[in-house]
Design a protein around this ligand. Structure first.
Ligand code: DCP
Ligand code: MG
Length: 385
């Protein structure tokens, strides 16, 4: 493609890898049904009953029966109750979920060591080379589904493709107990027909923006030039342009037991207003807190990273006697550090918040996490984790 003097070569697909994405079906709810078979077939809602919690709880997940009432993760328990007064409200047992998550991971390890868990109930596996020398990724996906079912009594859905992005979309395609294969020769068709809401990494706000730009499906996205997408979505535009062409070169990153969770964001223009910094820190604190929850971890040390317009980068840490309790507290600490150390007049190019020295979160009826929607604005690789 030629733009004046600039030449962009069209990006190419790497179809040499075989990736599986596994995602448990209605994970917490299915575990509760397994533990208490009388719940089978009933609308199960993982949240404290609003009458017990004074209406404060949030739904972690709901069984497929409950979803028919419009109940979903992150909805207030009060709302869920209004939609389905006869719903079976069950408080979560996170220790159990974590141990099952571990069990599932052990199953994955039979096939490959290249495993990247995304949360307790989902993971990417790179099985290009696998411990059985099996050529068919589909066969491995079937086997994993079967192993998980035999050994935990739970079902999962699997997506098989040549990269993480497609595998993730595929696993969501036929739930529950589904298996969806997107081979290189079908990925274009698959992506063109995909509603934009299903695009992994596109948050709610971006979906709204896409709708105003008349982008409703992969095809509409595909029809936009890279420049148009970057214009509309900043650096996320580059990823969108590639992903809708079936390109995602990100590797399956092995998860070493996480010692820290951090998010950072670079601004298109250096921030020069206090208010913008506050906004950014609030957004980052929410993201970090969500990621901590997802990993069932908490920590006492907060690190604020500031990069100025001249690229000078500073990190400042604070350690507290107690664990950060919620996103608001994390935000307050980050603001504190910023107020003590930040120099607005230098222009802020990047901000990052990390919580380190993490410990597993042991739930003792802590009110259910302030889960927000799963995929925040921006694509996953737009932020450092
Ligand atoms: N979870 C949560 N809060 C959220 C989203 C998820 O606490 N906002 C927890 C509960 C889920 C688990 O994480 O059981 C896995 O999340 P998924 O998004 O994979 O949802 P489910 O496994 O429950 O359902 P699905 O069958 O759609 O994957
Ligand atoms: Mg799931």
């Amino acid at each position: 493609m030629q733009y004046g003097m600039l030449t962009f070569s069209e990006p190419k697909r790497d179809i040499s890898r075989k990736i599986i994405h596994i995602d448990m079906d209605a994970f917490y709810a299915s575990v509760e049904v397994r533990e208490n078979p009388s719940l089978k077939g009933k609308p199960v809602i993982i949240a404290r009953h609003p009458k017990e919690s004074g209406g404060r709880g949030v739904v972690a997940t709901a069984s497929y029966e409950a979803r028919k009432y419009g109940i979903h993760s992150a909805m207030s328990a009060q709302k869920a109750y209004e939609l389905c007064p006869n719903g079976m409200f069950v408080s979560g047992n996170f220790e159990l979920y974590r141990s099952i998550s571990q069990q599932i991971r052990t199953i994955f390890q039979r096939y490959t060591d290249l495993i990247q868990p995304l949360s307790l109930d989902e993971a990417y596996l790179d099985i290009t080379e696998n411990k059985f020398g099996i050529n068919s990724a589909t066969l491995i996906a079937y086997r994993i589904q079967q192993d998980i079912f035999d050994e935990t009594g739970l079902t999962c859905s699997a997506g098989v493709s040549y990269n993480k992005f497609l595998a993730k979309l595929a696993s969501d395609f036929k739930k529950p107990s589904g298996i969806t294969i997107v081979p290189p020769e079908h990925s274009h068709f698959f992506l063109m027909n995909l509603p934009i809401e299903k695009f992994y990494g596109v948050g709610k706000k971006s979906v709204e923006k896409m709708h105003t730009l008349k982008i409703f499906t992969g095809q509409h996205l595909y029809n936009k030039s890279e420049l148009e997408l970057v214009d509309a979505f900043g650096k996320m535009g580059h990823s969108l342009y590639r992903r809708v062409r079936g390109i995602d070169d990100s590797l399956v990153k092995i998860d070493r037991d996480r010692k820290s969770v951090g998010k950072e964001t670079t601004f298109l223009e250096d921030l020069k207003e206090e208010e913008k910094v506050t906004q950014a820190l609030r957004m980052l604190a929410n993201k970090v807190y969500d990621a901590l929850k997802k990993n069932q971890k908490h920590g006492k040390t907060v690190v604020l990273k500031i990069r100025y317009g001249d690229f000078d980068t500073q990190t400042r840490r604070r350690t507290f006697p107690n664990y950060m309790h919620d996103a608001e507290e994390l935000f307050a600490v980050a603001m504190d550090i910023w107020e003590a150390e930040g120099e607005l007049n230098r222009g802020v190019r990047l901000l990052g918040i990390t919580v380190t020295s993490l410990d597993p979160l042991l739930y003792e009826n802590i009110p259910l996490p302030l889960w927000k929607k799963k995929d925040e604005e921006g694509l996953e690789d737009g932020y450092k984790t």
